[in-house]
Design a protein around this ligand. Structure first.
Ligand code: TXA
Ligand code: MG
Length: 338
């Protein structure tokens, strides 16, 4: 069976506050800097997902992020920097952290590092913790931060608990006029949030699998990452709540069957038995490419959710490489709601 690629209606939503970066990079950066310096919010493209950004040193601006997202206050935010040098103004790097940063920045890796005591980062950004999550994104975001010369606190640009946005249209559909300026840099190339690693006593702990495969980190560093087991809530990364990416329709992963009217998400051309009468069939990557699957994941969950009142059934995806993070997000999307 063949089906045409689906243009999700969510992608057709336009808003007045959206600015397409395209050839207008300097204009876009100037407008973004002006908005940020008055304590307002911007939504900006990064290689992972779109971020809802504020000046990380401005408490009122950071508070606005929590307000707009409806996010619990105790949840600390990632601070985006333009370079290792900039990050060093705010956090301590040990030898291992520095090596990691040199290898993987700019890129989809967040390091949780000790905050310097005299750091001007507003405590609301770090939720009062003595550590700060930092990363250097690629492309436009990085250039903007270098120009603005202050770190940007930026969680994903979505209402708390919803799927992360990978296009400006997703942001506009969800947050609309609550954000002063939405910068449109096209679809996020990775489509999954960054991998979060914490350094404790010289060893590395994986707090969140993400857009950088943990095997790549292990290989580069010659170590094994510690992983947390069990279902106890992770106090240090409260964004890791089990039901974090909840669509409205119940989602089943590793689906072995589908019923008429369900939305089906395939992988590698793999049919889900019974999906001939599905309301919609999407394939994360017909060729079985995990990178492509990661980039499509959140958009397809949204499209599937919009297409069915019944279940979203997702075909099995091997948990290797980026498959680890993809399965992690699917588990959260499938988890019982609080
Ligand atoms: O790719 C990404 O990481 C995106 C883009 C915009 O950069 N950002 C993102 O941020 O996913 P957010 O806020 O949705 O997720 C940040 C995660 C949360 O789970 C939070 O609890 C954790 O990072 N986190 C932040 N600071 C932390 C800290 N000091 N210690 C441990 N976890 C921390
Ligand atoms: Mg998020």
């Amino acid at each position: 069976m063949r089906w045409k690629p689906v243009i999700c209606w969510l992608n057709l939503v336009f808003a007045m506050n959206v600015l397409i970066i395209g050839d207008n990079k300097i204009l876009a950066m100037d407008r973004a800097c002006a908005v940020l310096s008055t304590g307002q919010l911007i939504a900006l493209p990064t290689e992972t997902v779109y971020g809802l950004a504020a000046d990380a040193t401005n408490g009122e601006a950071v508070a606005r992020i929590f307000e707009v997202k409806g996010r619990p206050r105790f949840n600390p935010l990632i601070c985006h920097m333009s370079s290792i040098e900039m990050a060093r103004r705010y956090v301590h790097f040990d030898e291992m952290a520095l090596r990691l940063a040199e290898i993987f920045w700019p890129g989809p890796l967040t390091l949780v590092l000790p905050l310097k005591p005299d750091s001007p980062i507003h405590p609301l950004t770090s939720a009062g913790l003595e550590t700060l999550a930092v990363r250097v994104p690629t492309g436009f975001a990085r250039e903007l931060i270098a120009r603005y010369d202050h770190p940007l606190a930026a969680p994903s640009a979505n209402t708390s608990g919803k799927v992360s946005p990978t296009t400006a249209a997703h942001v506009a559909a969800d947050l609309g006029e609550k954000v002063q300026l939405i910068l449109d840099g096209g679809p996020a190339s990775i489509g999954l949030e960054s991998t979060i690693v914490k350094m404790t006593n010289g060893s590395l702990e994986l707090l969140r699998p993400g857009g950088l495969a943990s095997e790549d980190i292990e290989q580069a560093m010659g170590v094994t990452l510690r992983r947390r087991t069990g279902t106890a809530p992770i106090i240090e990364a409260p964004g890791m709540l089990r039901s974090h990416y909840a669509p409205s329709a119940p989602l089943q992963m590793n689906a072995q069957f589908a019923e008429p009217g369900d939305a089906v998400i395939r992988f590698a051309g793999q049919e889900v038995p019974g999906d001939a009468q599905a309301a919609i069939i999407l394939d994360l990557s017909p060729t079985g490419n995990l990178r492509e699957a990661a980039a499509n994941l959140f958009d397809y969950i949204k499209c599937a959710d919009a297409a069915t009142d019944r279940h979203i059934r997702v075909a099995p995806i091997a948990p290797t490489g980026l498959g680890e993070a993809i399965n992690d997000r699917l588990e959260r999307a499938a988890a019982p709601r609080p």
